[in-house]
Design a protein around this ligand. Structure first.
Ligand code: BGC
Length: 751
């Protein structure tokens, strides 16, 4: 539809029709036999269902086509309904959780994954995904870190940009793409004490330098929607924060797409004590520029009155409605209201071999090797015990892979079973009886349940009447298998409902039963490789000291087993790097590498009395941002700068920083070379280091490569005392290394 036709349509709509375009209803209201429950007292009326502009949570081509057909027929202007869904890290082919994707340090992995997600979701009737999440995360207690790509604004920005491009392609009206929604604007990840939905207090400097850049990258990449966050920012709930939405998002960032509230967030202004009732909340949200009200009756029940009494202008209403209609038009819904929905196409492409291969590659690249004493990995033994609740666990996705089906995933056990040179046994007696024919013998033992009895997860309280009995038996079997084996792979981890929304944890260790299993197995194992499945950085307790190798597997998704087995067996070397610092203990949280410098830095040696320190633990992370081992060894030369002065006056001026990287080990491996910069003196205190670039290099044993980064003036800008982004002349340090603790550096002057 042409822009003028859209405008004409708008002019022809009744006030009620317009208002209802701004209302989003939950999908269950449209499902057959849906109980009339939920958002309005007394339920949602048939009329509301008929006029609401969008819905969320539905998928299934036939179902969506049927709902759409009926809806359009009955709508006074035959305007199509818009279908949205949380496709976060996979629709049917589930990729590693976003935190795992962050660990790849490879935006192309995220782009390709998003492209496949869009293709599958679109064929299944979905038109908009509530992804990517651009929230910066620094506190591992917050369960939603699993949905972020980590603690660094630059890395997050690159990933968010890639995901938007993957979902949307060049044109969202084509059947294989869907619209992306950058969320949760803004600073949702800054929740005080890591407790979900809590208040966020941040200085403007920190908001602008750390929290906003990743969202901005998504918007620059053309994201069609932005979602407000649940939190307050310095006292203002986001859905009613005019400064944030109108001044920053719309004016400064230039966003002209649809702004949608998070679920119920407009209504939450009432319990926040920011609005007296839903009517006031509706007015505040409209003034802030929130176009769609997700699942409250604030807009539906109040906008007419607010417009009638002049609180909200008709122009403001029209502006919001036009944005929603424009999105529908960009998706091509006026011509083709079903968009990509096609059962036939869905069945053809869903979980295809090609998609699985992309997911498998993403898994391999996301795994982070933390320890590998005496080259324990890759595996070498002839008798291997794979023990632990994740040895054969189908559910390796996160709580946000809501449309993914765990039964389609490949477990570690299943991947092992596919290997020609392995004989797999589900009990020790048969493994022991296996004839020696040169093949590796693998025995599986579950070892323990995932959760302790009585654990509270995001969705339920986990109860198990036979907990002790069941676990005694499992642990005994596991110990016997561990005694028999040359090598043990112990597959431990969080439950999928322990990370995600509303899953903040004050203790970030593994469940007690799994630690018990760990100690029992460790006691007898000759070589112990511990794999950790997790949606957040964990307090790893004694696992690193007492294991011979440790690898973080995140929530790897559908192809988890394949990707992990590829790496364990040395088909490829691990290359993942931590996108978030792993602490020694939870008391260090929030912990992140790019902290501001302090007036009393702790000396490198000695107790450091009266300096900034903890008496009982180091200041530094146990495993820092950017850290991850490979199966090889790498060396890096000093940093070479082609010149040591950069001009502020000329936008084209640049310094090229180069370092030579050499694979000094025995096997081919990929190293992620990272560029960090520190501004030594500023009108505001600057972070001790900031990531400004990275590049992955794959080198054969003995091979070298030069890696160069261009440094330009815009990379040195920050939120100065003048309250604008500017660079300041002076001395800078540039670091090139393999993780955020590198001190391999050189200096230059900005003139
Ligand atoms: C979450 C959002 C999500 C929305 C819709 C909310 O509870 O915070 O991230 O997109 O639900 O499912």
């Amino acid at each position: 539809m042409k822009a003028e036709d859209l405008k004409a349509l708008l002019d022809d709509m009744s006030m009620e029709e317009k208002i209802m375009q701004l209302v989003q209803l939950p999908g269950w209201e449209y499902e057959k036999d849906a109980a009339v429950t939920g958002i309005a007292e007394g339920g949602v009326s048939e009329k509301a269902k008929q006029l609401a502009g969008s819905t969320l949570g539905l998928y299934g081509a036939d179902k969506i086509m049927e709902i759409q057909k009926k809806y359009i027929e009955n709508h006074p202007h035959h305007i199509p309904l818009l279908f949205m869904l949380d496709v976060i890290h996979g629709h049917k082919t589930v990729f590693p959780c976003p935190l795992g994707q962050g660990a790849t340090f490879e935006p192309e992995v995220a782009r390709k994954g998003a492209e496949i997600q869009a293709k599958e979701a679109s064929a299944d009737g979905v038109q908009v995904t509530f992804s990517p999440m651009g929230d910066l995360v620094r506190d591992a207690r917050w369960g939603r870190v699993v949905e972020s790509t980590g603690e660094d604004p630059y890395l997050n920005g690159r990933m968010v940009e890639a995901m938007v491009k993957g979902y949307q392609g060049d044109d969202i009206s084509d059947n294989e793409h869907i619209a992306a929604c950058v969320k949760h604007f803004a600073a949702y990840g800054g929740a005080e004490a890591g407790r979900d939905y809590n208040n966020v207090e941040l200085s403007e400097q920190t908001i602008r330098e750390q929290y906003l850049p990743a969202y901005a990258k998504g918007i620059d990449a053309g994201a069609k929607l932005v979602m407000t966050s649940f939190n307050t920012l310095n006292g203002l709930p986001s859905s009613g924060n005019k400064w944030l939405m109108r001044d920053i998002l719309r004016k400064e960032m230039g966003f002209d797409g649809v702004l949608i509230s998070d679920w119920g967030a407009i209504g939450e202004m009432v319990p926040w004590g920011f609005a007296e009732d839903l009517k006031e909340a509706a007015g505040l949200a409209m003034e802030a520029g929130v176009d769609i009200d997700m699942c409250t009756e604030a807009y539906g029940s109040n906008l007419e009155e607010l417009i009638g009494n002049g609180t909200i202008s008709k122009e403001m209403l029209d502006e919001a409605v036009l944005r929603v209609l424009t999105l529908k038009n960009e998706l091509g819904l006026f011509e083709n209201p079903y968009h990509g929905a096609s059962k036939e196409q869905f069945e053809k492409i869903c979980l295809s071999d090609e998609s699985r291969e992309v997911a498998r590659d993403a898994v391999r690249k996301s795994l982070v090797l933390l320890e590998n004493d005496e080259e324990t990995l890759p595996l070498k033994g002839k008798k291997i015990a794979i023990i632990g609740p994740y040895a054969s666990e189908k559910n390796m996705q996160s709580s946000w892979a809501i449309s993914g089906s765990p039964e389609t995933s490949v477990t570690i056990m299943e991947a092992v079973g596919e290997s020609d040179d392995v004989k797999l046994f589900l009990n020790l007696e048969s493994a022991k009886a296996a004839p020696a024919d040169g093949k590796t013998i693998v025995c599986i033992a579950k070892g323990s349940t995932i959760l302790d009895d009585g654990t509270v997860t995001g969705m339920r309280v986990y109860e198990n009447e036979n907990f002790d009995e069941e676990n005694d038996k499992l642990i005994n079997e596991a110990v016997e298998a561990a005694e028999w084996a040359d090598e043990v792979i112990l597959c431990l981890g969080e439950h999928f409902e322990q990370s995600g929304e509303s899953t903040s944890r004050a203790e970030i260790g593994l469940p007690f039963i799994q630690m018990e299993l760990f100690y029992e197995v460790q006691n007898v194992a000759k070589k112990l490789v511990t794999l950790v499945f997790t949606g957040r950085p964990l307090d790893l307790d004694t696992i690193p000291e007492l294991s011979d190798a440790v690898m973080i597997c995140w929530r790897p998704g559908t192809e988890g087993g394949h990707g992990i087995w590829d790496v364990l067996t040395g088909k490829c070397s691990p290359s993942g790097k931590l996108p978030m610092s792993f602490p020694w203990v939870v008391g260090q949280e929030p912990i992140h590498y790019n902290a501001y410098s302090t007036g009393r830095p702790k000396p490198l040696e000695g107790p450091g009395s009266f300096t900034t320190r903890y008496l009982d633990v180091p200041n530094e992370a146990r495993y820092p941002f950017g850290f991850g081992l490979t199966y090889s060894e790498f060396e890096i030369s000093e940093v070479n700068l082609d010149k040591t002065e950069l001009s502020r006056a000329s936008a084209d001026d640049k310094i090229t920083a180069t370092a030579k990287v050499t694979n000094t080990g025995k096997v081919e491996a990929t190293q992620t070379v990272q560029l960090y910069i520190r501004d030594l003196v500023g009108t505001r205190v600057r972070p001790v280091k900031e990531l400004k670039g990275f590049e992955k290099v794959t080198l054969k044993a003995g091979e070298s490569a030069e890696v160069s980064f261009d440094i330009t003036e815009d990379m040195l800008q920050f939120w100065t005392i003048e309250n604008c982004f500017e660079s300041e002349p002076g001395k800078f340090k540039v670091f090139i290394g393999f993780d955020s603790t590198t001190d391999n550096s050189a200096e230059f002057m900005l003139m």
